[in-house]
Design a protein around this ligand. Sequence first.
Ligand code: CMP
Length: 143
Amino acid sequence: MERTFLMVKPDGVQRGLVGEIIRRYEAKGFTLVGLKLMQVSRELAEKHYDVHREKPFFGGLVDFITSGPVVAMVWEGEGVVASARKLIGATNPLSAEPGTIRGDYGVTIGRNIIHGSDAVETARSEIALWFGDNELAAWEPSM
Ligand code: CMP
């Protein structure tokens, strides 16, 4: 079954949006298979955002992600990678549609509340980077 990696960023944690974000994915019908609150090391942040290494905002992005706890999650379900991104909305919260997480709660591109894997392959590598196999629960909802 398809899985994706989602991370509530430090701004989302500090603003008390963790419960609301989890609620949206549960209500949609996806299955939570991994969840942890953690302080991110610079090493992990730099690996996670390696694709942006040459961008002018890279340093600030790593500073921000390591500035406070994040909530890392793995969600499972049919089409979950693309659907989770739809629920998140556009990268720039000012362009994100109302009803999406960033559209409803964000204003600034550098403080856009949540990260979601952009493709199935990316999801695989991000899940492997953030979670050990023993931290993921395989279970199926009975309803
Ligand atoms: P995310 O989905 O986590 O993936 C890369 C992140 O880089 C993105 O969300 C934004 O938070 C951040 N980002 C992208 N563009 C900019 C920018 N122009 N200035 C600051 N941060 C940015």
